[in-house]
Design a binder for this molecule. Structure first.
Ligand SMILES: [Zn+2]
Length: 326
């Protein structure tokens, strides 16, 4: 089958299309014909071998966010079902899995990072990692659920985001930021976005600010900030007493300055979040089944145009950069 393969010294210049063997399904696995794959910061970091997790195997097939069609049947997934992939390996038996926190599985890891991913024609994965896409949701929209959507939902849940609260989203025009904006609005929150893109208002932000123009008196109950660096430190200026600041990325730096006096005197919480749970992914599918919560698509590329897709990612105007695998 056809696959994108990256290898040392990595970088999109060293990514190419290769002919690799079809996957051989193991016990309880389903073969999925990949139709769409998303492009997220995690995938770009994989291509450049810059993830915080390490990478294996080498050479490597990137791609953590997948939608496709089942080619074999299992207990609940049937051949021909449209499916999305929960992007984490998990054993279902450790204490984290047993408490419904598969994202922390002791023997788990991100699909496409600690294993080959889905920028290829077929994958074979345990049936428990697949969810059937309801008829009301198209397969191109569904591909944004496993990484962009789930990360946003999990961050909001972990922060206890609730109706009537103020939400401040840094990086609101990115995949996860835009999903957090949509879900915050859907949840009945007053959403302010930090972005240079005014169009974020179309997706539920009542106001959009560049990071150096956020009004001083804007104090949020929940702050979503995957940017890290100085912009993370800056978040504290906009944290209301009792605020929760959720982080799931370190775009501009992992080591940040934090004023502990502010944290304890105002009972502010910094919350680390990564991916999400299987139950949350199911609930997100249900939400999308009955609502028009969708990320827009900016451009779609074939998998033989990964380099162009990565270039388009940094210059995209509105919405997602996707790969149409076949
Ligand atoms: Zn586990």
């Amino acid at each position: 089958m056809k696959a994108v393969l990256v290898r040392k010294p990595y970088g999109e210049e060293n990514a190419g299309i290769a002919d690799v063997p079809d996957p051989v399904p193991q016990k309880d696995e389903i073969v999925v014909k990949v139709l769409f794959a998303g492009l997220n910061p995690i995938d770009i970091n994989v291509v450049r071998n810059k993830t915080v997790y390490g990478l294996k195997p080498d050479p490597h097939i990137p791609g953590s966010e997948i939608s496709g069609v089942a080619e074999t049947s299992g207990k609940t997934i049937k051949k021909g079902d449209r499916v999305i992939l929960y992007s984490r390996w998990f054993d279902g038996t450790c204490k984290y899995c047993k408490s419904g926190r598969e994202e922390l599985c002791s023997s788990g890891g991100i699909f496409g990072v600690l294993s080959n991913g889905g920028y290829c024609e077929k994958i074979s994965v345990p049936e428990k990692m697949l969810l059937r896409i309801p008829d009301e949701v198209n397969i191109e929209d569904a591909v944004s659920i496993p990484v962009g959507g789930l990360t946003a939902l999990h961050a909001l849940n972990r922060a206890g985001a609730a109706s009537g609260q103020k939400l401040l989203v840094y990086g609101a025009s990115g995949n996860t930021g835009l999903f957090a904006t949509l879900l915050g609005k859907y949840r009945g929150m007053e959403v302010s976005a930090v972005s240079s893109k005014e169009w974020v208002k179309k997706y539920g932000a009542s106001s959009v600010y560049s990071h150096d123009k956020i009004p001083e008196d804007l104090k949020a109950d929940v702050i979503i900030n995957s940017l890290g660096g100085d912009l993370f430190t800056e978040s504290f200026n906009h944290a209301a007493p009792g605020a929760k600041i959720a982080t799931f990325g370190v775009f501009t730096g992992a080591n940040v300055q934090v004023n502990l006096a502010k944290i304890y005197t105002q009972e502010i919480e910094i919350i680390g979040t990564t991916g999400g749970t299987v139950a949350e992914m199911k609930s997100l599918l249900q939400t999308m089944q009955t609502n028009s919560i969708r990320l827009p698509t900016d451009r779609v590329f074939g998998i033989d145009h990964l380099k162009e897709a990565i270039q388009a990612y940094s210059g995209r105007t509105e919405g997602r950069i996707l790969l149409r695998v076949q």
